[in-house]
Design a protein. Structure first.
Length: 284
């Protein structure tokens, strides 16, 4: 890989994408090391959108946790739940910093990430209404009925425009390889968490939306590769969410903001370490 993201604290090289066109699948290798946590891990994750037809998850992940002092593997753990929740947690943080109105949440998609985003965002912001649209309407209905069982106020929408109209916070979490979210539908000041990685990480939103929004991401060094299509089209990324948190970049809350989530290995690393520590406590 051409560059390594390395501050004092974390080593996180750009992840490796191996695309397998004949299988419509991809394998990602995601290593990270943290000095302060004294922790090292590598997540291996596949994305096979057609797995749903076989009753399997489309995202399947395994995390290897290492003893950083010896390089010996200390644990091999399922990475699906880690991926599911750490991605939603990152969106909660982005939403906390980039949005000041949290009445209506609109979710495009009804799979694993749609569910974890509905749960995690609602836990933190307690939305008045959650709206769900999915290209297969019955899946939106299924997710809505599961969320309603938890006492949430959920509405399903027949089209994406109706779903996002006047929404304060929008999540896109699909495998769509063409835009499902358009500039003209979004109200001023809305915040969008763009999660899906169909053909590319930026395929769910139309280019005109990127042109007018203020764009944040999780890791600029990965963005150089993974958002190349956007950068080549002359779109600039304003900064990392971490820079908003540490005060070196402003939160442009009055404009339309996009958190372009890529997913970071360090998120998997700290999650895996926490789980391993809890496991060791239980074993005592
Ligand atoms: N940014 C990040 O860190 C992460 C991103 N992802 C991405 O998030 C997206 C969703 O992942 P999961 O919820 O785990 O998958 P899932 O398979 O559980 O859900 C996918 C959703 O997309 C819908 N969908 C599939 N094809 C579509 C199409 N052509 N047009 C519109 N909708 C379509 C499905 O009906 C379903 O609602 C994927 O693109 C995945 O790669 C997943 C994990 C982490
Ligand atoms: O960060 C991750 O984990 C993923 N990102 C892109 C799609 C597959 C999983």
């Amino acid at each position: 890989m051409a560059s390594v993201s390395m501050c004092n604290e974390v080593i996180q090289p750009p992840r490796m994408f191996m695309r397998i066109p004949s299988k419509n699948g991809v394998l990602l290798t995601m290593p990270a090391f943290s000095e302060s946590e004294n922790a090292m891990a590598c997540k291996l994750v596949t994305a096979y959108p057609r797995n749903v037809e076989k009753g399997l998850s489309s995202i399947i992940a395994t995390v290897l946790l290492f003893d950083p002092d010896t390089g010996k593997v200390s644990a091999i753990m399922d990475g699906n739940e880690i991926t599911t929740w750490r991605t939603a947690a990152a969106s909660v943080v982005a939403t906390k910093y980039l949005n000041n109105q949290t009445k209506t949440l609109a979710i495009l998609g009804a799979g694993t990430q749609a569910r974890s985003h509905a749960e995690a965002l609602d836990l933190f912001f307690n939305f008045t209404q959650i709206r769900i649209w999915n290209h297969r309407y019955e899946r939106a209905q299924k997710l809505a009925s599961n969320l309603e069982k938890e006492g949430k106020s959920v509405v399903t929408c027949r089209n994406a425009e109706e779903c996002v109209q006047d929404a304060d916070v929008i999540v896109t979490a699909t495998f769509s390889s063409s835009p499902i979210l358009k500039k003209d539908w979004i109200k001023p000041g809305a915040h969008i968490n763009a999660i899906g990685a169909g053909i590319s990480h930026h395929s769910e939103l139309e280019m005109e939306l990127y042109e007018i929004a203020v764009i944040y991401t999780d890791d600029m060094s990965s963005a150089k590769y993974e958002l190349k299509g956007l950068l080549d089209a002359g779109i600039s990324i304003f900064g990392e969410i971490g820079e908003v948190i540490n005060g070196s970049k402003s939160a442009e809350c009055n404009k339309i903001t996009i958190f372009q989530s890529l997913g970071m290995a360090v998120e998997d690393l700290v999650s895996a370490k926490l789980i391993y520590e809890e496991y060791k406590k239980m074993k005592k």
